[in-house]
Ligand binder design. Structure first.
Ligand code: GDP
Ligand code: MG
Length: 464
């Protein structure tokens, strides 16, 4: 049985390469504002278990339709000879530089490919498109038209009427922003162009759907692992007798922060790979423990929990920790008395000791200086016992993942990671998360908490 092949054709700059990038989920497809950036036809096969389910062919733009049509008309005797005449045109112009692009885009079609004709729904339809549509009709191959609304949908209705004269199927499809379900719908439609192709394309849709679910699970697992490792993370350093402790404390904190930053970056890069992004440019900021990102009220809104949410979380986490964890509530406002300083003082005792120099460090984790029996001191930092900390990490990770899932491989803009996300989490979910985070910090509860947290993320991605 023949493998379905689809040639994506149209004028330059209509989003042909964008459609290929989006459907093939391949960010190596060349997309440029400059016309003529696709010079040769390039094939993108979708392979599963060593078998190709279908192939997309990105092609150079049609530019000399009138001249081609003239040649075709001069060489055809009747309607039945048209497909043969198109083949003859391609054969006769292989080395003709004037028709290089036309030969490159017609070749896969005369070889048996289905036609995906792409137009821009934000510019008017015009009779001058009819020559190229006529040529495509002459090939006698099954075809489908896609209206890509590049800037807006102003002329979509007009295009639908015009294209309807030449194509049985016309679809509106945003090459750069179509969500996953729309992408799969379009692929299924490709399969309907020819009865022989249907089974392969239906299978491709099923495989792709399963693939996405697997990716979400993999991403969720990576995020859980990262958060569990981050709250568990600790560093220590020996200081020989007679040497000052303070510089070591500062150094240790700097190393702690640096290590968390690079782990977060690593986790993000891994998740980008999971979703097939290999060339992403991003606008991201490393987590900054010193700039009080976690504790600044405005920043709470962005990444972590606001005062009210934090109180809720502290209440449920505190209950699990057995109450005496230094959580002091102001009963009247249900807020926290004195903010986080109070939250972490008391049993945690972080405010005591030589930590005043590290203004915010004490709030992420505990800095400890212990005497060593053999002499000198051991300075240690972490693991973090701050209830807000894993929320901040989760918020950052979910935003990153959500941004990846809602973009396409045709979108080459920077990944923007500067908006709020956790605002969308319900109070019930927050309490649940707080319990899992607190269990993550205990050896006994950790495996179940990891599983629950991963499952929660998978369910959330499936909904979004
Ligand atoms: N905003 C927007 N831009 C698009 C869309 N499709 C294509 N473009 C842009 O149009 C230009 C040409 O796209 P490309 O896919 O290379 O078109 P091709 O020449 O037909 O292959 C690029 O700058 C794309 O970013 C779209 O759906 N929305
Ligand atoms: Mg192109």
């Amino acid at each position: 049985m023949s493998i379905p092949v689809f040639a994506v054709v149209g004028r330059p700059n209509k989003g042909k390469s964008s459609i290929v990038a989006t459907l093939a989920r391949d960010d190596s497809v060349v997309i440029e504002a400059r016309a003529g950036s696709t010079w040769e036809a390039r094939e993108f096969p979708m392979r599963v278990d060593g078998k190709t389910l279908y192939t997309l062919v990105d092609t150079p733009g049609i530019q000399r339709a009138r001249a081609v049509l003239e040649w075709l008309r001069a060489h055809a005797d009747d309607a039945a000879s048209r497909p043969r005449v198109v083949r003859e045109f391609v054969a006769a112009h292989q080395t003709d530089a004037r028709f290089h692009d036309e030969c490159a885009l017609l070749q896969p079609i005369v070889d048996g490919a289905g036609i995906i004709y792409v137009v821009d729904g934000s510019v008017p339809f015009g009779a001058d498109y009819e020559a190229e549509m006529e040529i495509l009709r002459w090939t006698g191959r099954p075809s489908l038209a896609v209206i890509n609304p590049i800037d807006n949908e102003d002329y979509v209705a007009e295009w639908q009427a015009g294209l309807g004269q030449y194509f049985q199927t016309v679809r509106l499809f945003n090459a750069q922003r179509a969500e996953a379900s729309k992408q799969l719908e379009l692929l299924a439609l490709f399969g309907h162009l020819d009865e022989q192709w249907r089974a392969s394309l239906d299978r491709a849709v099923r495989v792709l759907r399963a693939e996405r679910e697997r990716e979400h699970r993999e991403a969720a697992t990576l995020i859980t692992e990262w958060i569990a490792a981050a709250v568990d993370f600790q560093l220590s350093q020996r200081v020989p007798d007679g040497l000052p402790v303070k510089p070591v404390e500062e150094l240790l904190f700097a190393r702690y922060q640096h290590e968390l930053q690079s782990r977060e970056r690593r986790c993000r890069r891994q998740i980008e790979e999971v979703y097939h992004y290999h060339r992403l440019q991003r606008n991201e900021q490393d987590i900054d423990l010193e700039a009080s990102e976690l504790f600044n009220v405005e920043q709470w809104y962005l990444w972590g929990l606001d005062r009210r949410a934090l109180a809720l979380v502290a209440a449920s986490a505190g209950a699990l920790l057995g109450g005496g964890a230094g959580l002091v509530f102001d009963g009247a406002t249900a807020g926290l008395t004195g903010g986080l300083g109070t939250l972490l003082s008391g049993a945690f005792g972080a405010a005591s000791g030589g930590v005043a120099a590290l203004r915010y460090a004490d709030e992420i984790a505990q800095l400890k200086v212990q005497g060593i029996p053999s002499g000198g001191k051991l300075v240690s930092y972490g693991p973090s016992c701050n209830p807000n900390f894993p929320f901040v990490l989760l918020g950052r990770a979910l935003l990153h993942q959500q941004r990846l899932c809602s973009r396409t491989h045709a979108d080459r803009s920077d990944l923007q990671l500067d908006t709020a996300l956790l605002a969308q989490v319900s109070d019930t979910d927050r309490r649940q998360l707080a319990r899992w985070f607190s269990a993550l910090r205990q050896p006994r509860g950790a495996p179940a908490a990891r599983e629950a947290l991963t499952a929660w993320m998978v369910a959330r991605t499936a909904l979004g």
